[in-house]
Design a protein around this ligand. Structure first.
Ligand code: HEC
Length: 139
């Protein structure tokens, strides 16, 4: 019984330490999937460019800080911050345009799916019960 509690505690600690800002990577930087298709068409962007942009976003843009949740900033804020960050990251012109396209497309995708935004905001409070019931289920 005592061991079981310890195990549960270990699971919870592991769950918390994995929880970067308590949002998943998919919530912070949504993968280029179905919801991007109409947005890309609308913005006249290639999906392949968006895929490249996300790769840059989750690999190059994390050299100095962790992944920034795209939904944390509005379009105006992104327009101000991106050029500076792109310069800091020393991206070439193609990479710069890919990462900007991805950020603005992801912005629209997130805007159009309030449920995803809510899920992101609720992630913090949901983590504990979900992880603990998962642990109990596995034990
Ligand atoms: C060379 C280091 C470095 C790289 C690479 C970098 N950043 Fe940053 N970033 C910073 C620093 C330092 C800050 C905090 C101070 C500031 O706003 O300049 C920051 C802050 C931010 C913020 C928060 C801005 C705010 O005002 O709160 C966002 C969003 C951001 N970065 C996005 C990005 C993106 C997107 C990329 C990739 C294109 C990127 N960063 C690459 C150093 C970097």
């Amino acid at each position: 019984m005592f061991h079981r509690k310890l195990l549960l505690l270990a699971h919870l600690v592991a769950a918390y330490s994995l929880c970067a800002g308590c949002m998943t990577l998919e919530q912070m930087a949504p993968p280029v999937g179905d919801p991007f298709v109409p947005v890309a068409r609308n913005m006249e962007l290639e999906l392949s460019e968006l895929v490249k942009g996300r790769d840059i976003y989750i690999s190059d843009c994390v050299r100095c800080h962790s992944v920034e949740p795209i939904s944390r900033y509005g379009v105006d804020k992104w327009k101000r911050i991106l050029p500076r960050m792109i310069k800091d990251t020393k991206l070439d012109a193609d990479e710069a345009s890919a990462v900007s396209s991805y950020v603005f497309a992801a912005q629209r995708v997130l805007e159009q799916s309030p449920s995803q935004m809510e899920a992101a905001q609720a992630a913090r409070t949901e983590t504990e019960p979900r992880e603990s019931s998962g642990s109990l289920g596995r034990n």
